[in-house]
Design a protein around this ligand. Structure first.
Ligand code: ZN
Length: 68
């Protein structure tokens, strides 16, 4: 429970689940993407994701940060 990163909170944005603007708790998490088992690339497969949790319905939206 203490491992959850909280960089910002109280961000109001549209929730697809609610269909309207809701307060969200937003944080950045490093998630390891699945790879082909190549250990040397493991360090490079950790991508930062923006995670926003709707405080009204609990829906979690995960967005890849470096999506070009
Ligand atoms: Zn919602």
């Amino acid at each position: 429970m203490a491992s959850k990163n909280r960089h910002t909170d109280g961000v109001v944005e549209t929730c697809d689940e609610c269909g309207r603007e809701r307060p969200h708790e937003v944080g950045i998490e490093l998630l390891t993407e699945s790879d082909d088992g190549d250990r040397e690339n493991a360090a490079f497969s950790r991508e930062p994701y923006r995670v926003a949790e709707c405080q009204a319905c609990g829906e979690t939206t995960t967005t890849r940060m470096n999506d070009a």
